[in-house]
Every structure is written in C-alpha cells, then in structure tokens.
Design a protein around this ligand. Structure first.
Ligand SMILES: Nc1nc2c(ncn2[C@@H]2O[C@H](COP(=O)(O)OP(=O)(O)OP(=O)(O)O)[C@@H](O)[C@H]2O)c(=O)[nH]1
Ligand SMILES: [Mg+2]
Length: 286
C-alpha cells in the first residue's frame, strides 16, 4: 500500500527523515496529487512557511471533519440492500464483486441483482463474478425493466433469508432525463419490495477523474440522494489527492477505496491511517 501511496502522491523512494517541509514543496506535492486549487489554497493559507508533521496532520484531518450520516446494516435491515450507482466505467460492477467478497469473508450471505440491463455484456460480467464468488444472482435479458430486477432480487433474498443484496445499475449520464427517471423508479420499487430499501445508495467515483467526479456526485445526489462514496482506481494513479477534494466538496461518507481489479482490491477507508501513510512518505516513518 505504501508503494500505492508513493505513486499516488508522486513521492520518490529516497529514505528520508525530516522535521519540516516547505510550503513550496508541499504545494508541488498536492498539485501533482490533483488536490484542487481552492482546497490547496485553503490548506496552505493556514500553514506556516515551514510545516511540521503535526501541523500538516491537523490541517489534512480537518478536511474530513464534517457531520455525515453513516449507514451500516442492523438487525432490522435484513436483507441489507445496496444500490450501486455511477457513470460508465467508474468501476461499479467490479466494486460490487469486491463488496460481495468482503461480505462473504464476514460470513454473510450475498445475492446480486443485475440491474444494468442496457448492455448484455454488463449482465454477463456480473454473472461471471457471481459464478466466481459462488453466490446467487438475479438477472434478466438485455432491455428488460431494471426495476423488475430490483423487485425480484429483493423478494428472492427475503425468501432465502439472505443477509446482503447488491444491485448493479447502468452507467448513467445525468443529462439524460429518462435514465434519471429510471434510477428513481428503481429506488421506489426497492421500497415496495422491502420498506426502506435500498438502505444504502453508494456512488462509485473514479479517483482519477478529479473535478468531474465531484460534478457527477452532485448530479447523482440530486437525482436519488447519495448515502456514501467508494473511490476506485487509486492504484497506479498520480491523482490520490482527489480523496481530499471529494471529502471537502461533498462532505459525504467515504466507505471504501478501490486499489486494483481483483475481488480483494478494496480497502476500508480509514482517514487517520490514510493521512499518516502520506505523512510517513513525506517526513519518514515515525
Ligand atoms: N486499476 C483499477 N481498475 C479498476 C478498479 N475498479 C475498476 N477497475 C476497472 O475499470 C474498468 C471499468 O470497471 P467496471 O466495473 O466495468 O465499471 P462500471 O462502472 O461497471 O462500467 P459500466 O458497466 O460500463 O457502466 C474495468 O476494466 C475494471 O477492471 C480499481 O480500483 N483499480
Ligand atoms: Mg458495469
């Protein structure tokens, strides 16, 4: 993971142990990591010319200091239903497999719903993951009503006493009104199948997309209300700083980060750990 962060923040491999970093150096690092300029200014304005580890820690952790409603499964939310939304290629289907894998490791039973009915390949992709993970999936033919998939998946999960339901959706563009309406309908129908479902509408954001990811999030939030975020593709990118911009602008819970294409490549997002890892790279390990 340190190599990932090292790459993400463009920090070289030299062993270093230092007490302070200059404002100029910090500015370069944050810019390279794709922290947006407004936030960068805000961070730098509060800091002295030469910055200690503690000072930088305090200013970075403050970005995440906002009230947000975190939602977790309880005894009353069985099956716990998650609707996975996001634009084309953000990593929705892959993240569903990663989440399912996590829940299985946690000894939960999982069922998938192939709610992206626009493309036959999307149904096929999720079906392959279900096979690989050996879990049930509800899928229809391409072009069928995705809301029917939502209803059938939840009803089937209730009948089979399943713990977790994860439902895929098509990669949607927010300016396509019909697609937005369809997403709203999926949410309404989920609530018909099980009161208060979906319990969590998780938005998948591509961590390499910078400010466009933030605009997407705002659009999806207006359409259905976003309960939390998963940021993908934080491996192999120089744009790890998007996490700070996303947190600062959206003030939504960030549950996980995606760091690869395999089912295991999903990490719980732990902000203290994340910031400390970055500081280790800048100041050397404590
Ligand atoms: N490196 C890397 N690749 C990822 C990650 N998450 C997803 N991908 C890749 O990104 C591509 C798109 O992922 P999908 O899961 O198909 O994205 P999607 O949002 O379902 O896309 P659509 O179904 O087209 O809307 C695939 O090649 C994935 O393997 C990640 O965390 N790291
Ligand atoms: Mg997909």
């Amino acid at each position: 993971m340190f190599t990932i962060l090292k790459r993400a923040f463009g920090i070289d491999d030299k062993e270093k142990k230092r007490d302070k970093i200059s404002k100029d150096e910090l500015e370069d690092l944050l810019l390279e990591a794709d922290v947006n300029y407004d936030l960068l200014e805000k961070i730098l304005n509060q800091l002295p010319e030469n910055i200690t580890r503690v000072q930088l820690y305090n200013s970075l952790i403050a970005i995440f200091d906002y009230k947000a409603k975190w939602i977790y499964p309880t005894a009353e939310t069985k099956p716990f239903v998650e609707l996975i939304i996001g634009v084309n290629g953000a990593g929705k289907t892959t993240t569903i497999a990663k989440l399912a894998n996590r829940y299985l490791e946690d000894n939960k039973t999982v069922m998938l719903g192939a709610g992206d009915t626009f493309r036959a390949a999307a149904i096929e992709q999720l079906t392959q993951w279900a096979k690989k993970l050996d879990i049930p999936i509800v899928a229809t033919k391409q072009g069928h009503d995705p809301s029917a998939v939502v209803f059938d998946t939840i009803k089937s999960a209730i009948a089979k006493n399943i713990d977790r339901v994860i439902i895929d959706t098509a990669g949607r563009l927010h300016n396509q009104v019909n697609l937005a309406e369809e997403l709203k309908k999926m949410v309404r129908v989920a609530d018909k199948a099980l009161k208060r479902a979906p319990h969590r509408k998780l938005l998948i954001l591509d961590g390499t997309q910078g400010s466009s990811a933030i605009n997407q999030a705002k659009a999806f939030d207006e359409i259905v209300g976003v309960d939390g975020i998963i940021i993908t593709k934080l491996d192999g990118t120089a744009k790890g700083g998007s996490i700070f911009s996303i947190a600062d602008e959206l003030k939504m819970p960030i549950y996980y980060i995606g760091v690869g294409e395999k089912a295991e490549d999903l990490m719980k997002f732990d902000v203290k750990w994340y910031i400390n890892s970055i500081l280790d790279e800048i100041f050397g390990k404590e």
